[in-house]
Design a protein around this ligand. Structure first.
Ligand SMILES: [Zn+2]
Length: 400
């Protein structure tokens, strides 16, 4: 219970920047004595510090002492395993990205190589930042689902063909000697947005992740939604083009076979926008080919433009299904594809929402790109570690 209350207080200070003991007691509902004891403990641990008292008095007694977060007192490493790229960040307790790295992923068939690469990247960010290892609370890994969150295992991700029940959490922990937390990439991205949002009350949003695969992270009423097994947000088999190609699930025109980079590149090859001979099937070659489609469309190639217009329509259709189901106020879009596809998505999504959103006219749904850039998954993974040690998990406070 003590740790939980500490997490509640720390989150308040982190979000506000500075807060007095009196304000903390009033906001959290904890007793003045409890707040005082917890703050003393955190001051001794170096996580927070007393600031300078204001010189203006409020008329009664001495002004309260503000408590400030010590941003560089704790750090976490975040790693995002996308099938085409491994992104690594070092995040300070105050949310500052101290340093980051991106490295092409090993080919999908080699989980052992990926584990070695992750460990090397973790060591490199720690060496670059030259932080005291004692202050590093752990490593967060954001990986494509499905995952077995209890065992820290990547199960059989569709875009990492040879990965079958890879115990990533244990392997990385053994090779780095640091505690490791594993979560789905889309959930991590939603965690990053929630963590860095100035307010969390009444926060209802979906994070649409556009990468080698597409997925959804969810925050409802300020809480990250993981579902029963940690695998919520699977949108791959929402039908967005009933006349589209067949999917392994038995339907036609699912997101998984019409909106992924592999689907777009396949379409471009069939329409001879790209030569059929050029592309390997690994995620990196597909990603390069997708960049080529975008570049052709920008240079005025009508067929390439049509392909991207169509994917804009399909993704918009999927977003309206999600918004109608969950009644979110905001859709945040990010992931490695967002920067390239945003011109086509930004033109289509508002129109789709206007025509198909059931709650249209009652409330608007804002669609925005993430402000956290391509590292959003890695930042979220680092937030998970800090969350795990420092933040509350539910809205209800445990009063002592
Ligand atoms: Zn399907």
């Amino acid at each position: 219970m003590g740790n939980y209350n500490q997490a509640v207080i720390l989150e308040q200070i982190r979000r506000a920047g500075a807060m007095s003991r009196v304000e903390l007691a009033s906001i959290t509902g904890l007793s003045a004595q409890t707040v005082s004891n917890i703050c003393q403990r955190m001051i001794e641990a170096g996580i927070i510090a007393e600031g300078t008292r204001s010189t203006t008095t409020s008329g009664r007694g001495k002004p309260p002492t503000p408590l400030l977060l010590v941003g560089d007192s704790r750090f976490a490493v975040g790693v995002h395993v996308d099938p085409s790229v491994i992104s690594t960040v070092l995040l300070a307790l105050d949310g500052t990205v101290i340093t980051h790295r991106r490295h092409p992923a090993p080919t999908a068939g080699e989980p052992a190589k990926t584990v070695r690469l992750i460990s090397r990247q973790v060591e490199r960010v720690l060496a670059t930042a030259a932080v005291d290892r004692e202050r590093v609370v752990g490593v967060g890994i954001a990986a494509p689902g499905p995952i077995d969150i209890e065992r820290g295992v990547i199960v059989d991700p569709p875009n990492l063909g040879a990965w079958h029940r890879v115990p990533l959490q244990r392997s990385v922990s053994e090779s780095t000697g640091l505690p490791v937390v594993l979560d789905k990439d889309v959930t991590a991205a939603a965690v990053a947005e929630r963590w860095l949002s100035p307010t969390i009350r009444d926060l209802n949003f979906a994070f649409l992740y556009l990468g080698t695969g597409l997925g959804l992270g969810l925050v409802i009423s300020g809480e990250v939604v993981r579902g029963g097994s940690g695998n919520a947000g699977e949108i791959g088999h929402i039908v967005v083009d009933p006349a589209g190609p067949p999917c392994s699930c038995g339907q036609r025109g699912c997101v998984a076979v019409t909106c992924t980079p592999a689907a777009l590149v396949g379409e471009a090859e069939r329409l001879s926008v790209l030569p059929r001979s050029r592309v390997g099937s690994d995620p990196r070659s597909v990603d390069d080919a997708l960049s080529e489609i975008v570049s052709l469309a920008r240079r005025g190639n009508a067929l390439a433009s049509d392909i991207l217009e169509r994917v804009g329509e399909r993704i918009s259709r999927m977003i309206t299904v999600v918004c109608n189901l969950l009644d979110v106020d905001r859709v945040v879009v990010g992931g490695p594809l967002w920067a390239r596809l945003s011109p086509w998505l930004e033109s289509q999504i508002p129109l789709a929402l206007t025509t198909r959103l059931v709650a249209h006219g009652i409330h608007d749904v804002e669609v925005v790109g993430t402000t956290l850039g391509a590292n959003v998954g890695a930042i979220g993974a680092a937030c998970l570690v800090l969350d795990d040690t420092l933040s509350p998990k539910t809205d209800s406070l445990l009063l002592s």
